[in-house]
Design a protein around this ligand. Structure first.
Ligand SMILES: [Zn+2]
Length: 292
């Protein structure tokens, strides 16, 4: 177990406790563990006490106590989905994903087939969307039980980063990955190795200021009996705000793409992030970055 006593996004050492296990949320933790992991993590309540902190500077939320990598791997390996998905629906990209990847393809702006790395590709939905949008796709998924079940994939799947050592890509897609990793700054820094100075890195994370649970977010934590919570223990180790995502990108020695590119390809994102300086809930947790 590791204990994080400063903000993993901006480094600030001032924070408050948002929620921890006590009273009736304890039973919801046990219910979640039973449904999702067959009760395998009941002892984590005392071994890795679930406590969520919030940064006074950037609003980032995080689990103070975090399982180590081995514990996280065994947790993911033993989990089962809370909601049923049709296997085919689960694998096919939807229209939004395809349009997002087409927009990224336009932003990259090359005539030939640009190379995209989908980092943390899961079951490969975004990788498929990127193929449809005209990218030559490499999907990196650390879990070998994911992404490889379909032998007909139109993209390359790697389960070990040594397989792409020394390669650079025209675009990197990091879709809803950073909330899962203990050290998001370190992960982003390491991705710099696959980037040239022109590579565009698209990063998205869930926005803790606009959670599906609304204002009940901490009242129903860690499990409302149906859905995966925005700060589900210990899968979502981080709850990002637009500002905390920006801080993580900056500390990883990346910078935003030019204003002109954002206005041209993502005018709504640009506008919302300007308004978000006054009304933080309007900002979006999506970032387009390049190497410094
Ligand atoms: Zn912070």
């Amino acid at each position: 177990m590791r204990t994080l006593n400063s903000c993993p996004a901006c480094g600030c050492a001032e924070f408050s406790v948002v929620v921890k296990l006590d009273g009736d949320n304890r039973q919801r933790f046990i219910d979640f563990d039973t449904r999702k992991y067959g009760g395998a993590f009941a002892t984590w309540e005392t071994r890795v006490p679930p406590i969520i902190l919030a940064c006074s500077g950037c609003g980032h939320c995080w689990y103070k106590n975090q399982p180590d990598e081995e514990e996280l791997s065994s947790m993911y390996a033993s989990g089962r989905p809370l909601l049923d998905h049709s296997a085919d629906d689960f694998r096919e990209p939807d229209a939004h994903m395809i349009s997002e990847m087409r927009r990224l393809r336009s932003m990259v702006g090359r005539e030939d087939k640009p190379a995209l790395l989908d980092y943390g590709s899961g079951f490969g939905r975004w990788a498929r969307a990127a193929v449809i949008a005209g990218f030559k796709v490499t999907a990196y998924e650390p879990s070998s039980s994911r992404g490889s079940e379909d032998k007909k994939t139109a993209f390359e799947i790697v389960h070990d980063l040594s397989q792409i050592a020394g390669k650079t890509f025209d675009a990197v897609n990091i879709e809803q990955v950073l909330e899962h990793v203990p050290e998001p700054v370190d992960i982003l820094k390491s991705i710099g190795a696959y980037c040239s100075e022109n590579t565009i890195v698209r990063i998205t994370v869930p926005n803790i200021l606009r959670p599906p649970e609304g204002k009940n977010i901490w009242r129903v934590w860690p499990y409302d009996g149906v859905r995966v919570h925005s700060m589900v223990p210990f899968e979502h180790l981080h709850g990002f705000t637009p500002l905390s995502l920006k801080k993580v990108v900056e500390r990883a020695q990346l910078r935003s793409v030019s204003n002109s590119a954002l206005w041209r390809f993502y005018p709504v994102l640009k506008l919302r992030n300007i308004l978000g300086r006054i009304y933080p809930r309007l900002g979006q947790t999506m970032f387009f970055a390049q190497k410094e």
